[in-house]
Design a protein. Structure first.
Length: 142
C-alpha cells in the first residue's frame, strides 16, 4: 500500500502525535519514512538568493531531524531526512514530488476561521496543491 511516507515535522511537541501514528502505519506496510522540516524564517526564505549561511535556527532544525532519524532507525525503520527552506506548503509539495512519496503525513493544530487567517494553514494550502493522499492528525493538546 504505502512504500514511502513523507512526514512533515515542525520541531515542536506536535511531532510526537504524527510520528506515533506514522510509525505504526510504516511498521504495518513496511514503508520507508522521509522526515521533512521546512525552515521558513527570513534566512531560510532568502538562503539561496542571498547566498546566506545557515542560521542558528536552521542548524537546530537539522540537529532535530538527525535526532528523530536516529531514534526511528534504532527502532528498525528506514529513514531519510530533508531540511527544506521557504514556504512550508510549497516546499512539502516540491519534496513530495521529487521523492516520489505515496503519502504525506502531518499534524494539525485545529485552528479555525480567524485562527487560520492569522496563523495561516499549511495543511489547507497543501491539500489544495497536491494529489498525493494526506494523513492529517490533530496534535494532542498539552
Amino acid at each position: 500500500m504505502y512504500r514511502r511516507i513523507l512526514v512533515a515535522v515542525e520541531n515542536s511537541p506536535a511531532d510526537r502525535t504524527i510520528l506515533t501514528h506514522v510509525s505504526d502505519l510504516a511498521r504495518l506496510t513496511g514503508a520507508e519514512l522521509l522526515l521533512v522540516h521546512v525552515a521558513d524564517g527570513w534566512a531560510a526564505r532568502n538562503f539561496d538568493q542571498l547566498q546566506l549561511r545557515e542560521s542558528e535556527e536552521m542548524k537546530s532544525d537539522r540537529t532535530y531531524l538527525e535526532h528523530l532519524q536516529a531514534d526511528l532507525v534504532g527502532r528498525g525503520f528506514i529513514v531519510e531526512t530533508r531540511l527544506a527552506m521557504g514556504d512550508p506548503a510549497s516546499e512539502l509539495v516540491r519534496v513530495s514530488q521529487e521523492q516520489g512519496v505515496d503519502l504525506i503525513a502531518m499534524s494539525t493544530h485545529g485552528h479555525r476561521g480567524l485562527g487560520d487567517v492569522v496563523k495561516g494553514s499549511t495543511a489547507t494550502a497543501l491539500r489544495h496543491a497536491t494529489m498525493i493522499p494526506i494523513l492529517m492528525v490533530r496534535a494532542e493538546k498539552r
